[in-house]
Design a protein around this ligand. Structure first.
Ligand code: T1G
Length: 694
């Protein structure tokens, strides 16, 4: 099967690309296209040409797997020049998504027909690059500079209707995009091809272009590609097409080998690879036709909405009618916001609402479910009691999942008498939006139950990461480690505002102290109190300041004061907090010395990698990419750094080990370098290529 073929039919030439699963413009596709274009050019029977794709979608872009390797000719720009230069009209028939190089192919055609559910876009900036085959030079000639920036500098996809309105689609096919494209091709056959490159750039308001650029770069803080994409688009107003093309290509080639592009490509593939867990290879998930969720609080509402939005019937159970009624209101609000934001189309909204119910009949809901998800108060005794109720009612073979964020899944499973059916499904709030779900495999979980958790996660649009039981699983365990290190640095001489600034410059969306105030110090304080009996008094954990603030009723934003004061919603530094930190340091016998931003970043990065190394060595997850995906999808880790383990490999494990040794000297017991980190650093190894030997 050739990746692109030519056939003549009904007086038209047909070029059909066929490269499953997404028709990526691989070398085979480009070579096939070169041959097909030659045939179209030479075919006297073909008065015009339709360019289409087999399978589920138009070309989804250049083949990302080829990046970082020498580009085998013909290059995509050469192919596009050949298409655009044909002396007969070429009409693109677009279904599914035409993205990146795929959309650039369509832009080099002389007209474009989209099926009504098709989308087009230039998402290259999401890979840390910019369009490299004329996208920044052709798109503005069709939609204008501001709109082109709004698309290419953000990576935003547009649907068929908007594409028509913008002028990048010539028609939208209600039924048959191929038939409509053929009709248009015949209509254009006697006219000279309308070459996008020859179109004048529509006049535009520079302020609108500036605004689009600011909006795009504002959403991608720290990333370099968006601004470059916008600059390339602006070039169209000041230079020739050919000069613009060569500047775009040069910028693309430079970006494609950048650290940011390597990190974002890693993230792209890791988020797909992570659901393929080696030890679950070939394990069949159990059938999941109905789900029950116990608890309609924040988490239960979010989880059940995500399930219903995927079209799976879900019955939520509450303790009493009043709680059920409150849950219904909460769920209705979530559905409405998802409809308003366009996450759910009107039809999807209606179907999701129809699939969702909340009641008080525990036996009916749990007895009918293939998967039961508990989402009640984070207390081990409450969860155990509930699972004692679920176990005898749930049908044989049903998967029983707890949404706990750090309690012992094995302890919960042990009370059910059917531990093989029990897993954890740790969703992240808001559960109807956040993509990460940690699928916790208990010591006695049957692989089919774990596979069921993974399959359900994917089906509801999540990114499932399978991990074994440990305190905090992957995300919260690493969070606990680096937050303790940061709190010790705070006592040693840091300030909340200084440390937040350093970590926001590193790329975190919010610094740790702003996050603590947002989440509520009372929550952290309650957890610390529960862990206090087991805490090693010889180890500093830096939490004294938080304890004091909580005891003073300073719970953060919700009380107007925490690590910061909040004046009309604005976060301001509070000298009282600085004084309190100094007092705590004195009590600890610590002489405060200024902590610079560089140390804050190096310490955070090292402790994250160090805890990740322990997690790998313990076999909690099989691969470093599992840890990266947890942080990218659940903790606001900057995607252009690829995740804590990818970033550690980039920096080099020798440096990470040196930084970890510096942290250990500053923070004392509990911050020793992990054996695996030492082993890899001393052997010149990397996390990416390490797998657990047994
Ligand atoms: N190259 C290689 N493989 C790709 C790919 C691509 N462009 N897109 C998807 N795949 C693989 C993916 O890894 C997975 O593989 C399988 O296809 C199904 O993907 C010159 C330089 C198209 C919306 O950024 O956004 O063009 O895991 O699970 O959920 O200027 O794939 O099965 O082994 O995501 O239905 C620009 C990236 C590239 C689009 C479909 N294009 N792809 O989503 O399936 S750069 C993109 C997507 C470029 C030009 C520049 C999505 C999708 P496996 P999937 P999906």
């Amino acid at each position: 099967m050739t990746a692109a073929r030519y056939e003549a039919r009904d007086g038209l030439g047909w070029i059909v690309i066929d490269n499953p699963p997404v028709n990526a413009a691989s070398h085979a596709v480009r070579a096939g296209l070169a041959e097909a274009i030659g045939k179209a050019k030479a075919d006297p029977a073909a008065s015009a040409v339709v360019l289409a794709c087999a399978g589920r979608t138009f070309v989804a872009g250049a083949d990302i797997r080829e990046f970082g390797k020498p580009i085998a000719p013909p290059s995509l720009p050469d192919i596009l020049d050949a298409i655009e230069g044909l002396d007969k009209p070429v009409v693109a028939a677009i279904h599914g998504t035409a993205l990146g190089g795929g959309f650039e192919i369509a832009l080099a055609c002389h007209a474009r027909v989209l099926s009504k559910d098709a989308s087009v876009g230039l998402p290259e900036v999401k890979l840390g690059i910019i369009p490299g085959a004329g996208g920044t030079q052709r798109l503005p000639r069709l939609v204008g500079v501001p709109a082109a920036i709004g698309m290419a500098a953000t990576g935003r996809m547009v649907g068929a209707a908007e594409a028509l309105k913008l002028g990048v689609a010539d028609a939208v096919a209600e039924e048959d995009v191929l038939a409509d494209a053929a009709r248009l091709a015949k209509k254009l056959a006697d006219m000279p091809p309308r070459r996008t490159r020859d179109l004048p750039v529509p006049p535009f308001d520079p302020a609108a272009a500036d605004a689009a650029t600011v909006a795009a770069t504002g959403k991608a803080r720290g990333q370099i590609a968006p601004k470059i994409a916008a600059d390339m688009i602006r070039l169209t107003a000041t230079t020739t097409f050919d000069d613009g093309i060569s500047q775009e290509r040069a910028a693309f080639l430079k970006l494609v080998t950048s650290d940011q592009a390597k990190a974002m490509r890693h993230a792209f593939f890791a988020e797909r690879e992570v659901a393929r867990v080696p030890r679950l290879e070939g394990v069949k998930p159990r059938t999941t036709e109905r789900v029950a969720v116990i608890g309609a609080g924040t988490m239960g509402a979010g989880i059940s909405v995500a399930v219903a939005a995927a079209g799976i019937p879900v019955a939520v159970v509450e303790m009493n009618e009043a709680a059920a009624e409150a849950g219904r209101a909460r769920v209705a609000g979530l559905f409405d916001r998802m409809a308003k934001s366009g996450r759910l189309s009107p039809a999807q909204h209606a179907a999701a609402v129809a699939a969702h119910s909340i009641g008080v009949d525990f036996e009916a809901a749990v007895g009918a479910a293939d998967v039961v998800i508990e989402a009640v108060f984070e207390d081990i005794e409450i969860k155990k009691a509930l699972f004692r109720r679920i176990a005898p009612v749930a049908k044989a073979g049903a998967t029983l999942a707890t949404n706990t964020s750090y309690l012992d899944v094995d302890a919960i499973a042990a009370v059910t008498g059917r531990a093989e059916d029990v897993i954890g499904l740790h969703f992240f709030s808001p559960a109807n939006i956040m993509k990460l779900v940690e699928v916790i495999e208990g010591a006695k979980s049957d692989p089919s139950a774990v596979a069921t958790g993974v399959a359900l996660g994917k089906r509801i649009g999540k990114i499932p990461v399978v991990c074994r039981v440990c305190d905090g699983f992957v995300g919260n365990r690493i969070l606990g480690a680096y937050r303790a290190a940061q709190d010790i640095l705070l006592e040693n001489g840091g300030t909340p505002e200084g440390m937040d600034r350093a970590l926001e410059a590193f790329g975190f969306a919010m610094g740790p102290y702003a996050v603590s105030d947002l989440a509520g110090l009372d929550i952290g304080f309650a957890r610390r109190k529960s862990l206090a009996p087991t805490r090693d008094p010889k180890r500093r954990d830096g939490g004294t300041t938080l304890d004091r603030l909580a005891q003073m009723g300073r719970f953060g934003q919700k009380t107007g004061r925490g690590f910061y004061r909040y004046v009309e919603g604005k976060r301001v530094v509070d000298p009282e907090v600085t004084a309190l930190i100094e007092e705590v340091a004195r009590e600890q016998g610590v002489t405060r010395k200024p902590v610079d931003d560089d140390l804050v970043v190096r310490a955070t990065r090292a402790v994250m990698a160090n805890e990740g190394a322990k997690i790998l060595a313990e076999g909690i997850v099989p691969r470093a990419l599992d840890i990266d995906v947890v942080y990218l999808q659940g903790y606001g880790y900057p995607v252009w750094r690829g995740g804590p383990m990818f970033e550690a490999d980039r920096v080099g494990l020798k440096q990470i080990l040196a930084d970890m040794r510096e942290v250990s000297a500053l923070a004392g017991p509990g911050f020793e370098p992990a054996a695996l980190l030492v082993e890899l650093a001393e052997s010149g190894g990397a996390f990416a290529s390490w797998t657990k030997r047994n």
